[in-house]
Design a protein around this ligand. Structure first.
Ligand SMILES: [Zn+2]
Length: 303
């Protein structure tokens, strides 16, 4: 959608609100005061508010959403979401500030809110058939330790943060977790890897891995509690290139995208915010052309 098409579709704040109301409530609105499915009226003087026809109380259509308590024009919000979703590698606060004409602080806050919506999804036991699992290490900014900034090391001895990713073959969906706490610079354990598989995969899933020893827990009945069927792809013997479909290239290309995004747009991401950025790239991966509406839906949080 071009800027012109966007402005035609969302020419007024009311148009934005109507769109959002449809996403959030659909045909039926449940009043948070009386708990009844109810007829509601928009207040003319305050169009962000609904009045319940049953109990006469009013409530905000943006309560418990990423838009709550923001005084920024809702068209700017929607355009920020649009821009964010349509740039493959993400968008920086400075870019957003320039594009929509808000202060840097506001742009930064908006991006933070949009990112929190991207992470607001439940993928518990979402994957069931064949998955790839792989880990990567992402170098963060030097952290402050005891008030002093650590010198930035290069290469060997660099403290990098492990991120574990699981990709389901049939859906191409990706689930990825920063493996913390205190895992910087350390090898991942079988228990950490099991916990991540356990959170997103059903039992008996087929799991494609490389030959990293951390995955050996799947080779033993007593540690392989979910009966995963491991297929180890031995990179050193180039089995992945034989064309038999047994490879972890899917999750590896996801890492490439994530790393390019972090280096190219965000330059560095501190460990503290790394999961949010990982969520952002998972969201892009997992929501194709319907990502705009998905983002709005995920922008509503449980009360
Ligand atoms: Zn009511």
């Amino acid at each position: 959608m071009t800027f012109f098409q966007f402005m035609n579709k969302f020419s007024t704040e009311e148009a934005v609100m109507d769109y959002f109301i449809n996403i959030r409530y659909g045909e039926t609105v449940v009043c948070p005061h009386c708990g009844k499915i109810t007829k509601v009226y928009r207040r003319k003087d305050a169009p962000k508010l609904f009045i319940c026809a049953n109990c006469d109380n009013h409530f905000s259509i943006f309560k418990n959403t990423i838009f709550e308590k923001s005084s920024t024009d809702l068209r700017k919000w929607f355009y920020a979401v649009h821009l964010f979703l349509n740039s493959k590698k993400g968008i920086s606060g400075l870019q957003l500030q320039r594009e929509i004409g808000v202060t840097y602080k506001t742009a930064w806050r908006m991006l933070k809110q949009i990112r929190s919506a991207m992470g607001n999804t439940d993928m518990t036991k979402a994957f069931e058939s064949m998955v790839e699992i792989d880990e990567t290490y992402i170098g963060g900014k030097p952290r402050k330790m005891n008030g002093k900034t650590e010198p930035l090391k290069r290469g060997r001895g660099t403290k990098k943060t492990p991120v574990v990713g699981v990709k389901e073959r049939s859906s191409s969906h990706v689930f990825a977790r920063v493996a913390l706490p205190n895992a910087e610079g350390k090898k991942l354990t079988g228990k950490q890897l099991f916990n991540i598989l356990d959170s997103v995969c059903k039992k008996d899933a087929t799991v494609l891995t490389d030959d990293f020893t951390g995955y050996n827990f799947m080779n033993h009945k007593n540690t392989n509690k979910n009966n995963y069927y491991r297929i180890s792809v031995n990179h050193s013997e180039s089995i992945y290139s034989l064309g038999n479909g047994l490879h972890t290239n899917g999750i590896e290309s996801f890492w490439a995208l994530l790393k390019r995004g972090i280096l190219g747009i965000y330059h560095h991401v501190s460990v503290k915010y790394l999961q949010e950025y990982v969520n952002e790239f998972c969201f892009r991966q997992n929501n194709g052309s319907s990502s705009f509406d998905a983002l709005l839906r995920q922008g509503v949080f449980a009360a």
